[in-house]
Design a protein around this ligand. Structure first.
Ligand SMILES: [Zn+2]
Length: 112
């Protein structure tokens, strides 16, 4: 496994920042940023394993969105079983009330 990735942002190499300037005087380029491996990317910051920042991640998503959807089609709606919602009216001393609705998922391992 490589100890770094090149940022997957399709325009990373066109963004005008000093962190992308490489090359010798008279032959400078803006280069895709290199992302050093960091074990935190595996669990908590997974997108940053492949992208140098949010801008590059969003550029990639916008560029490849149709491919993602074709790779992972959603031909029908998904459903999560829930208990009957419980609506509660809260009353305070200042003349206004508000309601909350508790929505609990059905846990197959416990009783309602
Ligand atoms: Zn980038």
């Amino acid at each position: 496994m490589s100890d770094y990735q090149w940022c997957h942002g399709p325009s990373c190499h066109k963004r005008r920042t000093t962190t992308r300037i490489r090359g010798v005087k008279g032959s400078k380029v803006l280069r895709t940023r290199k992302i050093p491996y960091n074990s935190h990317y595996e669990n908590y910051y997974k997108p940053y394993k492949y992208f140098c920042d949010q801008s590059c991640m969003h550029d990639f998503i916008w560029t490849h969105l149709e491919e993602f959807v074709q790779l992972h089609p959603r031909p029908e709606a998904l459903e999560t079983p829930i208990h009957d919602p419980v609506k509660t009216t809260h009353i305070n001393n200042y003349g206004y009330n508000w309601t909350t609705t508790e929505i609990k998922e059905v846990d197959n391992n416990s009783n309602p």
